[in-house]
Ligand binder design. Structure first.
Ligand SMILES: Cc1cc2nc3c(=O)[nH]c(=O)nc-3n(C[C@H](O)[C@H](O)[C@H](O)COP(=O)(O)OP(=O)(O)OC[C@H]3O[C@@H](n4cnc5c(N)ncnc54)[C@H](O)[C@@H]3O)c2cc1C
Length: 381
């Protein structure tokens, strides 16, 4: 909410969407001295940003295009400092933890090892016995595993709270329950946005509305191929240190939090904007988690939820200025990796907005770029 004690000036930039991407854009722009207004149709940090698992790497990173690997690597190198800075600034610890990721029975071991070499990411091939030593809570298994010890996680609800608090401290004008219904455009330039509260003017607008982003580019020639992709997860209330590693077994995984809770995820469902949970997913996720970590059979399921990922072809986000409208910037489509990619995705957009040398080749993320089909995104989004 806007703080009624503060008089906010007309913004230099409006941001549509208060997920991790919009909030980090707002934080960095405010840090550059710009006056920023951030609008959310609900409350900040409550959609995909809240619902995710917080693994700061793609799940099978070697299956993604280089554009995703480059962005993940840039972000991973900055995450410890970023998380520490947020904690110091706000008092909310986003719980960056280097739990490592153990991938069981990968079908493509050679590809995984070659990827590790190419991206200078530590990756080790383990026997079943060696894998059991890394995560003793696992049920006995026969196959090999690969171990990525440097990969880390953050805790989503805490990340959302820390970013919101940081925006308050940086005097960002946050307006919740304020849906943007359209764009104000004149002579090929953005002039502001329309909301139920009226028109809000600014010469720069960033669209960071996650899965909902295409709703605001309808009617433009260059469209965003972003689809809502539902993901369901569970959390078990488990004793501290029952599980200490992120473990991935095919499409299912467990993530241990610092207080002992264990998340089990996740489904990948193309059901439009339906955010309901289903009994069958609950049973599947619970059974897969117990098969992996038998002691979870004794742990209560505390919560079961669903979120909508902003799915894009190949998982490569759209970042840059809209080719038809100057001053209108896009940062969306981070699909399964928005938390992990956020630092680089936001830095790159600011490089383009502020005309700094870009950290990564912008053309790889540009709108209108052809994107080849992907094993990670089987539908033609
Ligand atoms: C089950 C699940 C597991 C996941 N696991 C991981 C993981 O382990 N690691 C990882 O990196 N990523 C993970 N993700 C993906 C990650 O959560 C997303 O990529 C990321 O949160 C996207 O952030 P965002 O800010 O773009 O979108 P969101 O967090 O969805 O935020 C978009 C915001 O825009 C607002 N909005 C929408 N339309 C409007 C409008 N018209 N006007 C104003 N506001 C609007 C919404 O209310 C929302 O607050 C997971 C996601 C899910 C669902």
């Amino acid at each position: 909410m806007s703080d009624p004690q503060i008089k906010y000036d007309a913004p230099d930039c409006i941001i549509i969407g208060g997920g991790v991407i919009g909030m980090l854009c707002a934080r960095e722009l405010a840090g550059e001295g710009l006056k920023v207004t951030l609008l959310d149709k609900g409350q900040t940090g409550q959609e995909s940003t809240w619902a995710g698992g917080g693994i700061l790497s793609p799940l099978h990173p070697w299956r993604y295009p280089d554009a995703v690997s480059a962005m993940a690597r840039w972000s991973q190198a900055r995450y410890p400092e970023f998380a520490e800075a947020l904690k110091t600034e706000t008092g909310v610890d986003p719980e960056w933890v280097q739990s490592g990721v153990l991938v069981l029975d990968p079908e493509d071991i050679d590809g995984a090892l070659a990827w590790g070499k190419k991206w200078q990411t530590q990756i080790e091939l383990l026997s079943a016995d060696e894998a059991a030593i890394r995560e003793p809570a696992m049920a006995p298994r026969k196959g090999n595993a690969v171990w990525l010890p440097k990969l880390a996680q953050a805790r989503n609800p805490r990340m959302g709270r820390a970013l919101t608090e940081s925006l308050h401290r940086r005097r960002v004008d946050i307006r919740e329950n304020c849906a943007v219904t359209g764009l104000e455009i004149a002579d090929g330039h953005i002039r502001g946005v329309r909301t139920a509260e009226g028109i809000l003017r600014a010469d720069r607008v960033i669209l960071a509305a996650g899965a909902w982003s295409p709703q605001l580019t309808n009617g433009l020639q260059t469209t965003l191929k972003v689809l809502p992709v539902r993901g369901q997860m569970l959390v078990f209330r488990a004793p501290e240190d029952l599980v200490t590693r992120i473990v991935l077994d095919g499409p299912r995984y467990v993530i241990p939090r610092l207080d002992g809770r264990v998340l089990a995820g996740s489904t990948v469902e193309f059901v439009g904007f339906n955010k309901n949970t289903t009994e069958s997913a609950r049973e599947d996720l619970q059974a897969a988690a117990i098969e992996l970590i038998p002691a979870l059979a004794n742990c209560e399921i505390e919560h079961h939820w669903a979120g909508l990922r902003p799915g894009s072809p190949n998982g490569v986000p759209y970042i840059g200025e809209h080719p038809e409208i100057s001053g209108f910037y896009i940062n969306t489509g981070h699909y399964r990796n928005g938390l992990g990619l956020a630092p680089a995705a936001v830095h790159l957009l600011l490089d383009l907005m502020l005309e700094r040398p870009p950290i990564l080749p912008p053309e790889d993320y540009a709108l209108g770029q052809q994107r080849p089909p992907s094993a990670e995104f089987p539908r033609d989004a």
